[in-house]
Design a protein around this ligand. Structure first.
Ligand code: ADP
Length: 400
């Protein structure tokens, strides 16, 4: 029997998201989440394969990632999908920061783990949790290939002109300060899916991808290769996000320190957790912002306008970088669902061949689709992202 299953693990500091996929037809055999690991109120939610009964939930303390993964293994075993199954080909791990070294999915060795560890200073929130996830999975199935799929990998093709900050080169190099970009798995998946929607090979099209979730980033993809992206050394740069400011004059930070007397940690928390939409209007959920705007709420309107203004600025900039744009693709929670955001972001851009058909834009669907008017010079697409499938695919390709 050939092994065709891949378990995808996305380990955060206090959560583990997982999916078990069968790569013969990319079907999901199980999907789940363990959250609040290390607290008394931990919770596991597991959705078994079709016909396997309904969603199962387990509450009660789950002390650490080791216990979390064992609980996941128990749930999978309950469905006859245990981790000891010979049908399991590999475990694919989302790893946030791969630095300059990892431009492709990589089978984890001690040396690879050590390098992911060396990148902790540039991804202090994410890489430690990813490492814990990998170590835990290794302990459970030491014989199985563990594959790291990096959020930064797709962006390693960016030219130096896009990847470097204009700061002292020696200081930058000594501290590995450069623009890495994130959400790469999503940008890779969506740019390819957009080409497929146009009936073209990725090498034939230039696409601007707008990944608008709680975190948000844009990328310019030329012939399948990323040439620009909006996140930088960390996911703080670029677009206005749910709780992050995105682009800001760095002098704001000195000002907050010198004039407002804030500490580095306080400024970090302000810009990463208390800014963006939540900082502007108190809500980071675009649904709630739409609702408040309909009631005439001025702060919600201003937050929306600032969000859209930044988005438009990036679309224009990436248009200029690419020279020729075949498609603009919206993805993730906001991009896939927020009709007014898509409409406003592309308003008054007919001169660039960009327009949204109001009727098509209003259609609700989980499928990849076009929302530009018939015959438009640039296609506008809504493409649901699927980072887990992309991680599974890259993992499977590597171990087969
Ligand atoms: P994450 O970055 O956490 O993966 P998602 O891609 O799931 O985020 O996006 C979550 C965000 O999507 C929510 O915070 C909300 O702003 C937005 N969103 C989800 N559904 C809708 C909807 N129907 N209309 C507008 N915005 C939505």
């Amino acid at each position: 029997m050939t092994a065709t299953r891949v378990l995808v693990l996305n380990s955060g500091s206090s959560s583990v998201k997982y999916q078990l996929l069968d790569m013969r037809d990319s079907s999901r055999l199980a999907v789940g989440l363990v959250e609040r690991i290390g607290e008394a109120t931990s919770r596991l939610v597991h959705t078994p394969p079709e016909g396997g009964g309904g969603r199962r939930e387990r509450s009660g303390p789950i002390a650490d990632h080791d216990a979390a993964l064992k609980a996941v293994a128990d749930e999978l075993a309950h469905d006859g999908l245990g981790l000891d199954s010979p049908e399991l080909a590999a475990i694919g791990h989302r790893v946030v920061h791969g630095g300059l070294r990892f431009s492709a999915p990589t089978v984890v060795t001690d040396e690879v783990l050590a390098e992911i560890e060396r990148l902790v200073p540039v991804a202090p929130l994410h890489n430690p949790a990813n490492i814990t996830g990998i170590r835990t999975a290794q302990a459970l199935r030491p014989d199985l290939p563990q594959v790291a799929v990096f959020d930064t990998a797709f962006h390693t093709t960016m030219p130096e002109a896009a990847a470097r900050y204009a700061i002292d080169v020696d200081t930058a190099d000594a501290h590995r300060i450069r623009r890495y970009g994130f959400h790469g798995t999503s940008h890779a998946y969506v740019s390819r899916a957009t080409a497929a929607l146009l009936g073209k090979d990725p090498s034939e099209v230039n696409v601007i991808v707008l990944h608008l979730g709680n975190g948000a980033s844009a990328s310019a993809v030329a012939g399948g290769r990323c040439v620009e992206t909006s996140m930088g050394l960390t996911p703080l740069e670029g677009l206005v996000m749910g709780t992050r400011s995105g682009d800001i004059d760095p002098a704001v930070t000195f000002h907050l320190e010198r004039v407002a007397g804030m500490s580095t940690d306080e400024i970090d928390a302000l810009l990463n957790k208390k800014s963006g939409l939540v900082g502007l209007c108190g809500d980071n959920d675009m649904r709630e912002i739409h609702r408040r705007m309909e009631e005439g709420d001025e702060r919600a309107r201003l937050a929306f306008d600032i969000y859209v203004h930044r988005l438009k600025k990036y679309i224009g900039a990436y248009y200029a970088i690419l020279g020729r744009v075949d498609a603009v693709a919206f993805t993730a929670g906001v991009g896939e669902n927020a009709v007014p955001v898509r409409e406003a972001a592309l308003a008054d851009m007919e001169g660039l061949g960009l327009a949204v058909d109001t009727g098509l834009n209003a259609v609700r669907s989980g499928e990849a689709r076009l929302i530009s008017p018939e015959g438009a010079r640039v296609a506008v697409a809504v493409v649901p992202t699927d980072e887990e499938l992309e991680i599974a695919r890259q993992t499977f390709e590597l171990v087969m």
